[in-house]
Design a binder for this molecule. Structure first.
Ligand code: F6R
Length: 632
């Protein structure tokens, strides 16, 4: 039976032009999740109305989380019935027992199955504990079960940074079926955070094959965040190749790619639409196109001529808004206006920087903090989470030892600290790789990061009484998986905003933090600001900075704060205070450089980009985007 999926009717989505496989961009990840959940609900209802079962192919990971949450809401609040649903999960780590924290079996139950009424016998997840000798038979039975269920109606997929779908890593065979597969180094690096170290990540996994996936009647591939933008571009617009397994989806008769703005960022129809078709020449579009042209030609803005425009498919722009000289001048002025030595102005203001983790403030806007303090503003920093899961065990151990010895040497009562130290020793000695910490160990780790945050902010000139440690509840799970934003998180932020009454607010507006903490923090602050605005009719100026992972593109930057060599040195000194994150961070993400190196490279790169555009030549720069009032 054909399945009706009304993707084109999605009000919040727009179709990306020029792609062979239908590709839809959603305004936000929330809209995307809502849409996919409602599409799946439609399939379930349609099947049920014919007395048939709906068969779903399901992934785990950070991408589908919002979709599962919305499906759970539909079940609870709108009576969506999963009794007639059969599910097949894509994959499972090999050698990982079902109840282990990292097992996909456990993940699926905690994040989905526990909250809906899929019959236990209708749930299928490859078993990562079958003995090696039985693996082939297990995989054959998995395939047979899919066939018996009548095949998969809707297969939901995420995508790895290397283009894997399921655990079909690069160079998987197009016809492959469910099997034991070896994990790619990129996949193991990306999974390192879940296993508390790359060394603990299994080397193999059971996965449905590419052939199994491509047999599904409908396939929806979902990707969120800038860190997926490159691979989405490759999978959708690059060559169809086994090097990028997701590119095979283009051969499927009914597959679609659903992305948020960030993940769509490198698709041609989004990044450079003028190359593909006539576009409406709004000011932002003109800015993008002319900056792009300057970068393509390697010429400074004011050196661009008519031929450059014609050679790069920009003759329509030239015709409607030319000549070249006036276009270049317009964009030059706009870019000049972004350069701001005094980001909060000259009159004393109250300013607050919200730092999702204890080091995002100095990594991402340490130079601006220095400038704001120098400009005599009252600079507050709010640390939203304790960041305690990112501290190595040996650091917690060292601090526990230090405190005991400190107490002993200074004649302070050592009994209680000895007791704490014994608890730490016991907890860490008995800890298996990847096991979450005890409360005592987590508290010590939080303390380490508290002391580093304080020291770092002080290097920037901030005052201790203006540092606020919010320890938001959504983060307090002790594991990588975090709760969604709750009313308590929003209340805590609102109370702080009421106390500080800032005229300017800085938020980490990047959506590419691998564990989603930045995204969640931004969501909580924006909810608080929207509520305040509804009550008071006003809101402070809000500037968005990028986290450790990426910088804004030049066309996005509204405010660029120049940094001198001395500013950058001081900023690096502030980052160095985060000793627990130095040398090698526990969760470095895919980038192997240290945080201070990334910050330096990125700030110098922004200045170089301005220089290449023919703007004033600075040593380094921090970029910000003004929040327009939309939800993220
Ligand atoms: C998970 C799976 C993987 C993920 C992919 C993206 O069951 O099959 O292919 O979908 O690695 O993971 P996230 O969503 O965490 O970025």
């Amino acid at each position: 039976m054909a399945i009706t999926l009304h993707l084109t009717a999605a009000p919040a989505a727009r179709r990306v032009p020029g792609t062979e496989i239908p590709c839809y961009v959603f305004e936000s990840s929330r809209e995307l999740a809502r849409h996919v959940a409602h599409t799946i609900a439609g399939v379930i209802r349609e099947r049920n109305s014919f007395g048939q079962k709906a068969v779903l192919g399901l992934p785990t990971g950070s991408t589908p989380l919002g979709i599962y949450r919305e499906l759970i809401r539909l079940h609870r609040e709108e009576g969506l019935d999963f009794a007639g649903v059969v599910t097949f999960n894509l994959d499972e780590y090999y050698g990982v027992p079902r109840d282990q924290l990292q097992s996909y079996h456990r993940w699926m139950h905690e994040n989905f199955f526990q909250h809906v009424n899929v019959a236990p016998e209708s749930i299928h997840i490859p078993d990562g504990t079958v003995p090696l000798d039985d693996v082939d038979e297990h995989c054959r039975r998995y395939e047979a079960a899919i066939e018996r269920a009548g095949g998969i109606d809707v297969q939901l997929l995420g995508i790895g940074r290397n283009g894997h779908i399921g655990f079909n890593e690069p160079f998987s065979v197009r016809q492959s079926r469910t099997r034991l597969a070896t994990l790619d180094p990129v996949t193991r690096k990306d999974a390192a955070a879940d296993f508390f170290s790359e060394d603990n990540v299994p080397t193999q996994a059971l996965t449905m094959g590419l052939g199994t996936i491509l047999d599904a009647r409908k396939v929806l591939l979902v990707a969120l965040g800038e860190h997926k933008a490159g691979i989405i571009h490759e999978a959708v617009e690059g060559p169809l190749t086994d090097r990028v397994p997701a590119s095979f989806l283009r051969e499927h008769a009914d597959a679609a790619v659903l992305v948020d703005d960030a993940a769509a960022g490198q698709l041609m129809g989004v990044a450079t639409p003028w190359v593909l078709m006539p576009v409406e020449w709004t000011d932002p579009m003109i800015k993008r196109a002319v900056l792009w042209l300057s970068q393509q030609t390697g010429k400074a803005l004011l050196k661009l001529d008519e031929q450059d425009f014609r050679d790069h498919n920009l003759h329509r722009l030239l015709r409607h808004h030319g000549p070249a000289q006036s276009l270049a001048h317009r964009v030059f002025r706009w870019m000049m206006d972004t350069i701001e030595y005094h980001p909060a102005g000259r009159d004393a203001k109250r300013v607050i920087c919200f730092s999702p983790h204890p080091d995002d403030d100095v990594i991402s806007m340490g130079g601006t903090l220095i400038r704001l303090v120098e400009d005599r503003h009252e600079v507050h920093v709010a640390y939203m989470t304790s960041g305690n899961i990112a501290v190595f065990d040996h650091d917690a151990q060292r601090i526990a030892d230090l405190v005991v010895e400190f107490n002993r040497r200074f004649g302070i009562d050592v009994e209680r600290s000895l007791d704490v130290e014994a608890q730490v020793n016991q907890a860490l000695a008995g800890k298996t790789p990847g096991e979450p910490d005890t409360d005592t160990v987590l508290r010590i780790k939080a303390l380490i990061r508290w002391s580093e945050a304080k020291a770092g902010a002080i290097v920037c000139g901030c005052r201790e009484e203006h540092l606020h440690f919010l320890d938001l509840p959504f983060y307090r799970t002790g594991t990588i998986a975090k709760n969604p934003v709750g009313d308590d998180d929003v209340r805590i932020i609102r109370e702080l905003l009421a106390r500080v009454a800032p005229q300017q607010v800085y938020i980490a507006g990047d959506l590419s933090d691998p564990h989603g903490t930045h995204r969640t923090c931004a969501e909580a602050i924006i909810r608080a600001l929207v509520e305040i605005e509804a009550e008071t009719g006003s809101r402070p100026e809000v500037l968005l900075y990028r986290g450790a992972w990426q910088e804004w593109a030049p066309h996005e930057i509204d405010v660029a704060v120049p940094l001198s060599p001395r500013d950058l040195k001081q900023k690096k000194a502030a980052i160095f205070r985060h000793e627990s994150q130095k040398d090698s961070a526990l969760f470095p993400g895919p980038d192997t450089r240290e945080f201070w190196q990334r910050a330096e490279d990125r700030n110098r790169h922004t200045a170089d980009t301005y220089n290449q555009l023919g703007l004033p030549e600075y040593y380094a720069m921090e970029g910000f985007v003004r929040w327009s009032g939309e939800t993220l």
